[in-house]
Ligand binder design. Sequence first.
Ligand SMILES: C[S@@+](CC[C@H](N)C(=O)[O-])C[C@H]1O[C@@H](n2cnc3c(N)ncnc32)[C@H](O)[C@@H]1O
Length: 253
Amino acid sequence: MEELETKVIKAYSENKIRNLYKESVKEGLWKSEELLIDKYFKKDSKILDIGCGTGRTTFQLAKKGYNIIGIDIVPVMIESAKELNKEFNARIEFKVMNATYLEFENETFDGAIFSFCGWDQIPKKENRLKALKEIYRVLKYYGHFILTSYSRGGLWPGNWFKIYLLKPLGFNVKEVEYGDIFFKKGGKEIYEGEQFIHFPTLSKVKKQIEEVGFKLVFSDRRNSIAYEDKKLDSGDCTFFVCKKNLEKQSSTF
Ligand SMILES: C[S@@+](CC[C@H](N)C(=O)[O-])C[C@H]1O[C@@H](n2cnc3c(N)ncnc32)[C@H](O)[C@@H]1O
């Protein structure tokens, strides 16, 4: 396992953070998410919720009638999702699983979602690409995948300086790629340790989506898609709706 992956798991396993995510289940779907789900996921179809956390999106998708499986890399998150599953008498399947190694047969799902920028927490571009390839593999043809990312715009001079100047000079720099950040506070989340996330560029996300064979059918910022309740404080980000294409299949599988 990547060192940064261990960091993500440790941070999400903190008690306060687990409780915060359990609470966030009450918030339900973002308006933007709901609009895109209703538009792109076929009614009553089989959906994979990747990086489901404690099930904020999973329980709502089940309520809408989807046959849904929730997976997350953090055992504590899945444990909490299972507790809520019992409480709600929901009978959803929740599993600990890494998005880069999906334990499903090819073409199992009609749709997939990686909500609230969980994909950005996969360290290194080759691993984020691997996750996209895995999602492409387990989707049926013409299936849709809804991805969110905190894709960055503009230059980050401090980050650039560390990666391209200090690191080659042998300084101890924990950032692995340009766009990596470590933080103690993000929205309502206040960590005892620190959390990791990568901000890719918009063009990099689009390039990776297409490299895998997906067709990008829609992309816009969360706050442009719908007016969201600011009290929820989970930030703006970009949605990418990807379709598994028949015409352009990936050469990797
Ligand atoms: C910001 S949280 C969002 C949780 C949930 N989707 C929600 O909206 O409340 C991101 C989630 O992505 C998960 N995640 C990060 N890397 C992952 C990976 N490689 N495989 C599966 N899940 C991952 C994290 O454990 C975390 O639960």
